[in-house]
Design a protein around this ligand. Structure first.
Ligand SMILES: *Cc1c(COP(=O)(O)O)cnc(C)c1O
Length: 381
């Protein structure tokens, strides 16, 4: 019985090709499949929106590494979220969302699903009393969790939130993008569905946009499969193949992301021009104990505030040379960004607005000495 994370990441869903023995699942660039007589499908494949063997390999692998009954791969993280929310909710239902949700998720609620009739309330998920107060029994159908959050690295207690959701007859949905399945296993903690932007750590090489869902139980998994086909936002075979290639090295990449992030945090904490560091691995972080309980390590994302306000924060982002100025995260290369003007620009004036002197780092897996030297020169003295 194979059960180690690394073994599953490399082998689950990836039997050698029965026809050629190819050890890597081929890219099945195909839309339709020959039937042996009407309805005589070979291995169940009929049309590639419904299922494609390259996508199946990725979906089985993701289900295995998240410990769920069913995995599904989508064209983007937001496509996965849209299909998920329109499966577990109908117009008139209510969802509790984090008050610091990923900007695109907030926009999906505010501008798209809100118009469709879905109600939502942003709540600080670290405050369990506030979550209990926001849940409307019989109307609230889901609690949406991100932990750690973007960009302030807030932590939510998945086990406690699952209890609140389930006692109200709602499901717990966890966006596990920031932690990755290697660092955090929400289904084992009581979540019903895990969501990923596989664009980030799961793919890991900044070369593909993708999303995924993993359902803990098969019945909800089948409802999601039905809507994945009905709505149609599937991952193409090339994208599925690139993502699957990324998954194989997820464990070793995450270990190095964490090693490098810890060193970056040490540097920032000791730096006179840094006023505050956000990292769940710090004992002083308000979510540290919960993070230590539910995460293997604390991840590769680090945010910090600087003296000199917005202008200085923007100038620092312009001065790094190894840290590339850009949005997104989770790739092998280090990225730096100014959330206030970039990823969170649309949040200005909403409950999700972030401090203007904040900088977010996605710490990559380069030589740590180069990363530290780059930050030192960019921060100045
Ligand atoms: C990027 C991201 C998404 C959206 O995923 P896309 O692949 O860009 O559609 C959702 N949640 C989190 C936490 C993200 O970082």
């Amino acid at each position: 019985m194979i059960e180690g994370f690394e073994t599953l990441a490399i082998h689950a869903g990836q039997e050698a090709d029965p026809y050629t023995g190819a050890v890597v699942p081929p890219i099945y660039a195909v839309s339709t499949y020959k039937q042996d007589g009407v309805g005589g499908l070979r291995s169940g494949y009929e049309y590639s929106r419904s299922a494609n063997p390259t996508r199946t390999a990725l979906e089985e692998c993701l289900a295995a590494i998240e410990g769920g009954a069913r995995g599904l791969a989508f064209a983007s993280g937001l496509a996965a979220e849209d299909t998920l929310l329109r499966t577990v909710c109908v117009p008139g239902d209510h969802v509790v969302i984090p008050d610091d949700a990923y900007g695109g998720t907030y926009r999906l609620f505010a501008k798209v699903l809100g118009r469709w009739g879905l109600e939502y309330d942003p709540v600080p998920l670290g405050d369990l009393a506030a979550v209990r107060a926001a849940v409307r029994p019989g109307v609230t159908k889901a609690i949406w969790v991100e932990t750690p959050t973007n960009p302030l690295l807030g932590i939510a207690d998945i086990t406690a939130l699952a209890e609140i959701a389930h006692s109200a007859g709602a499901v717990l949905l966890v966006d596990n993008t920031f932690a990755s399945p290697y660092l955090q296993q929400p289904l084992a903690l009581g979540a019903d569905v895990v969501v990923h932007s596989t664009t980030k750590y799961v793919g890991g090489h900044s070369d593909v946009i993708g999303g995924a869902l993993v359902a803990r139980d098969a019945a909800l998994g089948e409802e999601l499969v039905y809507n994945q086909n009905a709505i149609g936002a599937v991952a193409g075979p090339f994208d599925a193949w690139l993502t699957l290639r990324g998954v194989k090295t997820l464990a070793v990449r995450m270990e190095r992301h964490c090693d490098n992030a810890e060193r970056v945090v040490e540097l920032l904490q000791a730096h006179p021009r840094v006023t505050e560091v956000f990292y769940p691995g710090l004992a002083a972080h308000p979510g540290h104990e919960v993070a230590a309980k539910q995460m293997r390590r604390f991840g590769g994302m680090v945010s910090f505030r600087v003296a000199g306000g917005e202008e200085e924060a923007v100038a620092i982002c312009d001065r790094t040379t190894v840290f590339t100025l850009g949005e997104s995260l989770g790739g092998v290369e280090s990225l730096i960004e100014h959330p206030g003007r970039m990823t969170h620009a649309s949040a200005v004036g909403t409950p999700l607005e972030v401090p203007s002197d904040l900088i977010r780092l996605s710490v990559g897996i380069e030589s740590v000495g180069d990363l530290l030297a780059d930050l030192t020169q960019a921060l100045g003295s």
